[in-house]
Design a protein around this ligand. Sequence first.
Ligand code: AMP
Length: 126
Amino acid sequence: MPFHYDDQNIFAKILRGEIPNDTVAETEHSLAFNDIGPKAPVHVLVIPKGRYVSHDHFAAEADEAEIVDLARLTARVIAEMGLSPGEGGEGYRVISNAGDHGVQEVPHYHLHILGGRPLGRMVQAD
Ligand code: AMP
């Protein structure tokens, strides 16, 4: 089944400049901004500017420049926030939710960068 992208999702509106965002960094193909409801002292979202709904959609259809750009911007934010274990930071978590079981709220592909405190176990066994 082809991927369906909803142009009215909130991150599409952010990318079109229709609603504001708290930008952390921006590149040709990607945007990083603070999550409006932070779950940790650092909670940054990194999104491609292209119309992709999920990681698997992005990996399948984005071109290599977009994929590299998103990966490198994510690493840049991690470094700039002082989270990188390789640079003396305390670490972080990068996650991406997709679909119903992933409990994805916004259907525009995004990575959550979380850090600044111990984050607990990855998934609750409930
Ligand atoms: P997900 O459940 O992975 O789709 O996460 C969506 C995230 O987007 C949540 O953490 C929300 O707090 C965040 N969010 C929703 N609207 C905005 C907004 N206007 N600006 C920044 N973050 C937002």
